[in-house]
Design a protein around this ligand. Sequence first.
Ligand SMILES: [Fe+2]
Ligand SMILES: [Fe+2]
Length: 319
Amino acid sequence: MNIMKNAYPAEKNTFPFTHRYQRCVMASKRISWRIEEDVIQGREFGNKDKFLPDQLSLLEQLDFLTEADQILFSQVQGRTYANIFGLVERFINAKVLEIGQHYVLGDQVALEALVRFSDEEIKHQALFRRIETMTATVMPEGYRFEIDPNDVARAVLSKSTWAVLGLTCHIELFTQQHYRQSIAQCEGLSTLYKDVFLFHWREESQHAILDEIEWREEDNRLSSAERDKSVEDLIELVIAVDQILQQQAEADASYFVSSSLTDFSEQQRVAIAATFLCAYRWQYIVSGIKHTRFIPIVSELVNEAQMDRISQALAPLMQ
Ligand SMILES: [Fe+2]
Ligand SMILES: [Fe+2]
C-alpha cells in the first residue's frame, strides 16, 4: 500500500470545497487571538460605560429613561448578549465536532477548518465566562442568567442536523451584522466591550462560511421527507429560542427596574418589559432572518410550501 497516496499535498484539490476550507484555515491562522493578551489587555469595565449600542438595545423606544438608566439598560442587555453567545456556542461546538467526523478519513483541509472552528468556539465560551465575571464587578447585584447551556444543547441537538446547521448559520450571520453595522459604528461604547466583539467577529466570519457549506452538504444528503421534517425542526428551534428570550427578557427587565434609582410607574414598567423582549427578538431572531444572506440560502434549500410554513410560524415573532 502506498501511504504517500493519501498525503496532505496530493489531496488538496480532490474535494469540491477544499479551496474554500483552505481560505478559512488561512484566515483563522492569520487572525488568531488570545483572551488575556489580545482582548482584555489588563483592562476593566467602567460602571459608566455603555455596552450594547442603542440600535440593538432599542433604547430609543423608552423616552423616559435618565442618563444613568440608559447606561444600566445598555449594560444589562450587553451582559446578556455575551451570555447568550456563551450559551449557543455550546451546541454549535458539539455539532461542529460531530460534523468533523465526516472528514476524519477524507478532506483533511475541511477537517482542519472544522477543528479550528471548534477550538475557537471553546475559546469564545471561555471569553464570555470571563466577561460575565468582569461585568458583575461593575453592575448592581441581582442579575440572573439561569439558562443551562448543556440543557439547551441537549434539546437543540435532539433535532435534525439540517435544522441545527440552519439555526447556527442564522446566528453566525447576525453576529457579523451586529458587529459591523452597530457595535463597530457606535461611538461612546466601552472600548473593552467593543474589542470583545471585534475579536469575536474576526473568527465568526470564517464560521458563517463553513456553516453554509456544511448546511448545503447536509441538505444534499437528505430525502425530501427528511427535509420536510427538518423544516419542522428548524421552526421548533426558533420557537424554543423565543422561549429562552422571553424568560431572560423578564429576568432582565425585573433586574433593571429593581436596580435603577428611578421609581417607575406601572405603565413604564410594562413598557420596559415589552422593550426588553422586543430587543431580544430583534437581536437573536429578526435581525438574522432579515440578513441579506439568510433567506436566499433557505429558499434554495426548501420548496415554496415549506417556505410558507416557515414564514407563517415566524410571523408573530417578526412584529
Ligand atoms: Fe463564537
Ligand atoms: Fe462561531
